[in-house]
Design a protein around this ligand. Sequence first.
Ligand SMILES: Cc1cc2nc3c(=O)[nH]c(=O)nc-3n(C[C@H](O)[C@H](O)[C@H](O)COP(=O)(O)OP(=O)(O)OC[C@H]3O[C@@H](n4cnc5c(N)ncnc54)[C@H](O)[C@@H]3O)c2cc1C
Length: 469
Amino acid sequence: MNYEVVVVGGGIGGLTTAALLAARGVKVCLFERQSGPGGCVANFEHLGYVFEPTAGMYSGWEPGGIFERLFAELPVGPPEVDRLSPAYVVRLPDRTEIAVPDNPDHFEDNLRLAFPECFQAASAFYRQLAEIGHSAANDSAPSSETTAAHLADCSKRFRRFIDVQLQTFIQSASDQCSLRDAALALTTPLRGLWAIRGGAQTLADALGESLKKSGGSLRLNSPVLRLAYGSDGTPIGVDLLNGERVTATRAIVSNLTVWDTYGKLFGLSRTPSAISAQLKQLRAWGAYLLFLGMDRRAASRLSSTRMLVLTDWQENQSYAPVQAQFTLAAAPAWDARAPEGKLAVTVSTFTNAEDWFAFHEDETAHEEQDQSTLASVWSRLHAAMPELGDSVEVIETATPRTFYENTRRRLGMIGRPGGYLKLAEAESQFSRTVFPNVFLVGDTICSGPGLAGVSHSALALADILTSRT
Ligand SMILES: Cc1cc2nc3c(=O)[nH]c(=O)nc-3n(C[C@H](O)[C@H](O)[C@H](O)COP(=O)(O)OP(=O)(O)OC[C@H]3O[C@@H](n4cnc5c(N)ncnc54)[C@H](O)[C@@H]3O)c2cc1C
């Protein structure tokens, strides 16, 4: 078959790019190896529950935001969303709770109450972020200073309040991320975060529908093996695992991680050594998730359906999220996704992805590691949130190996690679590749956080491919 554009991967990045291109009249085909679209946001269904494998906090749904812009172009309507109020609550080890509301004035009051020891410095920090946030939008903000350097006058408590949020939203603590990245991550929630009915899977489904409605092809159960090359060595399309060759006259878009795009689609022999060396240095976190069933009545005991919980101050050390934090996202009552009287809850923690792939001679070792991690997260969860009591039960867990099996992301690594200080220009650096007709889209190369960041980069790529920039 012959298409203008072939997209490899049906995560939000690939789906958005393909849906936009098809809506603009481009002949496009998307290949996804799984039986359904969504990648990292594909729901997990078990025992009558439908679990969202994310923290359930989505930005960009405000009027004029990225999703309004996208759906204005598409022949399908957007999913139903509901603004989270507050966006989330951060709980510190001393049980202080800080609600991050959608109203900046209330936020000042919350900071004053929670951090009397350094309120002036904390407030000045957020004002600085707001200023940087504006210039970041114009891409003119400095990206060379760490955020930690700007927190010197703040208390340790406030610095950890910042770390737990940065780690959650951009997978880097304050000593590892630039002030520009921090500005994007920390000011975005102040403009609002939303829940999506049915989870972000609904967004993936809508994008898939849109692609088909515009005349594009969505081919599920279709793993791509590698790029196909012409006799002069330039990529001309893709070879599927089933032996089929599909050509692309205009472009090939990879929604795989930056590692897998080069390691698998290009092949190591066609990856320049400088890029290989850089990719070897890059690491991203793994995620360990608990999918819980919760008694519906217990929801009223939670301060918010979205909780970012710091469980350890981590004195005298750099911030290490594995034992220090978790995120709890409880399905709202209007979208319980659970058997009668229950709610679906996802608890997310960070883990070292590589640990789940090393030293495993058989499945038993993986199960043992899963069990011991579950026991540790379970006790931290109850110690930090005693209000849960016996209202929750474990339905299932997800490890980096689960993420690998579901998405084939290298080592099941999620989100953005660390070391972003060096890679602040990652998007412009990596969305284009060594081949002028091959592009990347997805969360390992986009500069903004979460699905909104991925969607922004997909729109930018669609504009490049249809010559709108
Ligand atoms: C634990 C966790 C919590 C999160 N919470 C939030 C949140 O609250 N809010 C938010 O906005 N974002 C959140 N995110 C981030 C967001 O979910 C991801 O960044 C985003 O879904 C990634 O999309 P993607 O398109 O980059 O890639 P992916 O979702 O990884 O998609 C890549 C696709 O390519 C497919 N594929 C791989 N290899 C092949 C092949 N050879 N052939 C064909 N197809 C292939 C995969 O199956 C997959 O479908 C969270 C992420 C995680 C892991």
